[in-house]
Design a protein around this ligand. Sequence first.
Ligand SMILES: *Cc1c(COP(=O)(O)O)cnc(C)c1O
Length: 359
Amino acid sequence: MRIHNFAAGPATLPLEVLEQARDELVDWRGAGMSVMEVSHRSKAFVAVAEQAEADLRELLAVPPGYKVLFLQGGATGQFSAIPMNLTGPDAIADYINTGQWSKKAISEAKRYLRVTVIADEKASNYSTVPAASDLVLSSGAAYLHYTPNETIGGVEFPYVPDSGEVPLVADMSSTILSRPVDVGRFGLIYAGAQKNIGPSGITVVIVREDLVGKARAGTPTVFDYQAMAEAGSMLNTPPTFGWYIAGLVFRWLKGKGGLVAIEKRNRAKAERLYAAIDASPFYANPVDPGCRSWMNIPFTIARPELEKTFVAEAASEGLANLEGHRSVGGMRASIYNAMGMDGVEALVLFMAEFERRHG
Ligand SMILES: *Cc1c(COP(=O)(O)O)cnc(C)c1O
């Protein structure tokens, strides 16, 4: 029996995708073996890889002039790969700090260049994002990096920062494909797969071509965008199974009507859950209502001593992985694309019932 999995990542995948993968696991499309056992250089796998890229480009309406790469090393690998590929050793880059993933990106980038944190939401305990008008870039910044959705804090930018001529770099790990986005405004978008794309182990990088080919000396070849682009992301053995599943997820998204339809569904899910939280004196969400994440919804209960009970009782009702990140406590419901409204309704119902018994 499938439960409702509210984990932040690895996260729930569409049931239809899992069923298709199961059905063709042992004998993949007549190959007599699984997709995991097929050479990444075979015609059949290259077709899968190319179709996945084409579908991703179509879903996001990626304009011409961008490379789409399927890499390894996670979003965390990109924290290093970005400064290594985009800048020389004396560079400076601007970062916006809106929470824990921003912080990690910043501390890793500091190993490679001079980081200027042009906005830091510490004073609000990372419950909001800076106003667009407060963002002033440093002169000479090689790029501006930000985290559109903070997966742990549940804080999301309601706007795309204007970085002028400076390339805008976004860690979209927990928000990519949740709604349409104007890719043309970005120099580079990256995302670990395990939230909204597929299994862990694959990392999508969408990078404007003029930013490719400038990697500093010493950049590992597997992290060099140019080398990877030239090799079709197959300079070494790629995570073939993850790439295949990502392709199935892209197909699934297209079948659902693409990102305009998914946006509607995601907005409705988030509104339903926030409405339930806001309507009750027992539950609270600490985030500025203008910057609340559609994907990751942290909440607390009026009697914090009951948190463990809440999480355990929810799990016994098939609502799994609702504990907040270990660094912040409380609860968190991650409701990525693959979480249906039925899961959100089941959670809302459980919350009301729990409040009735303990409120
Ligand atoms: C999950 C996550 C990461 C880390 O991804 P890894 O693939 O584990 O390196 C980075 N940034 C954000 C916003 C995330 O949600």
